[in-house]
Design a binder for this molecule. Structure first.
Ligand code: C5P
Length: 238
């Protein structure tokens, strides 16, 4: 049993149906992980599922990547705060005013969620950025948008483990870096290409690790999660 006051693993619940998510969650432990609910699951199962997960003691990262006019995003973030989620996110490309409105909307919430930004989607390469009129490399854009998120008072960004080093040197020490693309040594890559191990991601300065299939598809999900935690626990500040 690994005891953690601030579990660093966020398990991505990439399931089509609430029942599948709940079956998996029965096999996990809220002392060892948090949960990420994304667009597919939320669109199908909605706030009721988030409440059910929270009722089982899990913190929820609501990964809906809001991107709209400031007023609309602010109200969506307020609704997420009222739902009681632990983390919520927006697209930095919505601009500084949008991010500030989101931050202000949740500032007085009883349980203020952490508010983080997506910078550049990792599915976008140089040609995709040029096509939408963004100059510079994906890395340049990630750095610029992460700084913008920090200046808007957000708590962190989602980024690739390969960007952690660069962002840690650019942003404040408390700025949270939430990284998907994590694979324990020897685990199947699935469709991820540029991955880091949990230990390397934490060593480089990642704050939270978003991990899906290496846990959700494991024959013993709790054992897979425990093994990851045992690897990173000695690397965390005490
Ligand atoms: O199963 P796997 O560990 O690859 O799941 C990673 C999760 O992180 C998925 O929910 C995926 O959508 C998300 N994600 C990602 N890469 C990004 C942003 C989010 O893999 N750049």
């Amino acid at each position: 049993m690994v005891e953690m006051t601030d579990p660093r693993v966020i398990v991505a619940l990439d399931f089509a149906e609430a029942a599948q998510a709940l079956t998996l969650v029965e096999r996990l432990d809220p002392a060892q992980c948090r949960l990420k609910v994304g667009k597919e699951l939320f669109t199908r199962s909605g706030p009721a599922l988030v409440e059910a997960l929270q009722g089982k003691g899990f913190d929820v990262f609501l990964d809906l990547k809001f991107h709209d006019i400031p007023n609309t995003v602010a109200k969506a973030c307020k609704a997420a705060a009222e739902l009681g989620v632990w983390m919520v996110n927006v697209h930095a490309l919505g601009g500084k005013k949008m991010m500030e409105a989101a931050r202000e909307a949740i500032a007085s919430a009883t349980h203020r969620p952490r508010l983080i930004a997506v910078t550049v989607l990792t599915s976008m390469g140089d040609a995709d950025l040029a096509e939408i009129g963004l100059q510079g490399s994906p890395e340049d854009n990630v750095r610029r948008l992460a700084r913008l998120a920090e200046s808007a008072g957000l708590d962190g960004v989602v980024c690739s483990p390969r960007e952690v080093d660069m962002l840690r040197n650019t942003l404040g020490a408390d700025f949270q870096l939430v990284t998907p693309g994590v694979r324990p040594a020897g685990a199947a890559l699935n469709d991820q290409t540029r991955v880091a191990t949990p230990e390397d991601a934490i060593r480089m300065g990642s704050s939270y690790l978003v991990i899906g299939r290496p846990i959700t598809q494991a024959s013993d999900p709790l054992a897979a999660l425990t093994a990851i935690n045992q690897g990173i626990l000695p690397l965390l500040p005490h």
